[in-house]
Design a protein around this ligand. Structure first.
Ligand code: AMP
Length: 450
């Protein structure tokens, strides 16, 4: 299957060729014809599978047939849960639409309303927005959605998790009922299906990869270590393995700040990206990281959603997430577009039950290796983790046995190494980029916004 055979116009084909894409990814191959034919869509696609282009390309293709120069009204609206994802999606739309005379803009909180109002007044064809800020504009009458032909709900599950359901419904009241609606979600929960029932009209259902799967070209490993030695181990790994660019996840904003300061004092240039920072500071941190000026970016979960960083070979879970699904999202930052990636988790005795939840979700054990010199104290007592629901009948204690400098016997050599992976350059997706068939059975502890 080629992009040409999908009937895309030459301007889009040129932009796609500039990106080095050789063929459509599975979600693109299914979604593009369906959207072009005018269908509503209920699509489940793992992050990193090319889902942004799967809705952007057909939207732009349809806009290429409209004389937007004469009539500047918002034709397509993409709602995203986070500012970072909004900025990311806007950048992708601009990339794919660079040979088309379109006006593309994004609006989100954390930045001033004034410039956004001026932007909207000048006329926008494709708008990307986070729900809260868009509602502010609708309330003030500075945005008009009555001409929206296509509405995209990107990462709808995350928007529901973040409590945006009422905002979304209010926004939709401002659009025409004969619009086309495309709903993308990592999971098809009961809530998502209810939303789909309410909003979508006989949708095509596309499920290219089952949820809660991890790209097979990402190598995962757990390093057991004592709580208070994690930072030392992290510095040691970054230094001794000479990692040039590493994204590190912590559970809290405070933890992110503290870790970045400590790494900085270890001589590793570091910055943070989390919800307490202004949008400008987040964008600057991300930019420095992408340009290689900062070696370590420490992030919390919500802030990291949607980050698309080329050539990100290393992701470290400094803390395991309280919600098992977040592990999949975190390590989905690496191993993108067929590249290979490493996901390392530093796990202390407090977190054994979180690791079990993750392994249950993945339906596989993650190989475990003790780094010599960092052996955990076998008598360490687990301490409670704020915000994480602890299994009532179990202690998170020393139920795992680890072999020094080698693999956990329990893991027995399974799932080691990389089972597939596309070329580093050339950007072609090898057919099964993602592993199919894993389902969720993990308990869902409470989710904390970061
Ligand atoms: P997404 O899932 O939209 O976040 O996309 C993940 C990454 O895949 C981005 O870096 C895209 O540039 C890249 N990508 C999208 N479509 C293709 C394609 N057909 N071939 C190769 N890479 C792609």
């Amino acid at each position: 299957m080629s992009f040409e055979s999908l009937g895309l116009c030459s301007k889009l084909l040129r932009a796609i060729a500039d990106e080095g894409y050789e063929s459509p990814t599975p979600i693109q191959a299914e979604a593009i014809p369906a959207v072009l034919a005018g269908h509503d869509l209920l699509a489940s696609a793992q992050t990193g599978t090319g889902k942004t282009a799967s809705f952007t390309l057909p939207i732009l293709q349809r806009l290429s047939q409209v004389n937007t120069a004469r009539d500047r009204r918002i034709r397509a609206l993409v709602l995203t849960p986070t500012r970072e994802l909004a900025a990311q999606v806007e950048a992708s739309i601009k990339t794919y639409g660079k040979y088309m005379p379109l006006r593309i803009a994004s609006i989100y909180g954390g930045t001033r309303m004034g410039p956004q109002i001026a932007r909207l007044r000048k006329g926008v064809d494709v708008l990307v927005a986070t729900p809260g800020r868009l509602l502010d504009h609708l309330g003030q009458g500075t945005a008009d959605l009555s001409s929206v032909d296509t509405l995209v709900l990107d990462e709808a599950d995350r928007m529901l998790d973040m409590g945006f359901i009422h905002d979304i419904r209010k926004i939709i009241e401002h659009t025409s009922s004969d619009r086309q609606t495309l709903l993308f979600s990592a999971t098809f929960s009961r809530q998502i299906r209810k939303l789909a029932d309410d909003l979508l009209d006989s949708p095509k259902v596309i499920e290219v990869a089952r949820t809660n799967t991890v790209a097979e070209n990402v190598t995962q490993v757990v390093h057991p270590v004592d709580r208070h030695r994690k930072r030392e181990l992290l510095s040691h790994m970054i230094g001794s393995k000479n990692w040039g660019r590493v994204l590190v996840f912590t559970r809290t904003k405070h933890g992110a700040n503290r870790l970045a300061e400590q790494l900085q004092s270890d001589g590793l240039s570091s910055d943070t990206i989390h919800g307490n920072k202004s949008q400008g500071a987040r964008a600057r941190a991300l930019d420095s990281f992408k340009r290689g000026k900062v070696r370590v970016l420490v992030a919390t979960d919500v802030a990291a959603r949607g980050l698309d960083i080329d050539e990100l070979p290393h992701v470290v879970n400094f803390d395991l997430p309280n919600v098992a699904e977040d592990y999949v999202h975190r390590i989905g930052r690496t191993g993108r577009a067929g590249n290979e990636g490493d996901a390392v988790s530093l796990v202390c005795v407090d977190e054994h039950y979180l690791l079990r939840n993750i392994e249950r979700l993945l339906k596989r054990n993650i190989p475990s290796t003790v780094i010599p010199g960092y052996e955990p104290d076998p008598n360490a007592e687990p301490q409670p983790i704020p915000g994480a629901k602890r299994p009532s009948n179990r202690r998170g204690g020393a139920s795992r046995s680890y072999s020094r400098g080698g693999q956990n016997r329990r893991s027995g050599g399974r799932n080691q190494g990389r089972s597939s992976g596309g070329p580093r350059n050339g950007k072609s997706f090898t057919a099964p980029v993602v592993k199919k068939g894993a389902g969720s059975s993990a308990a869902k502890p409470s989710r904390k916004r970061a």
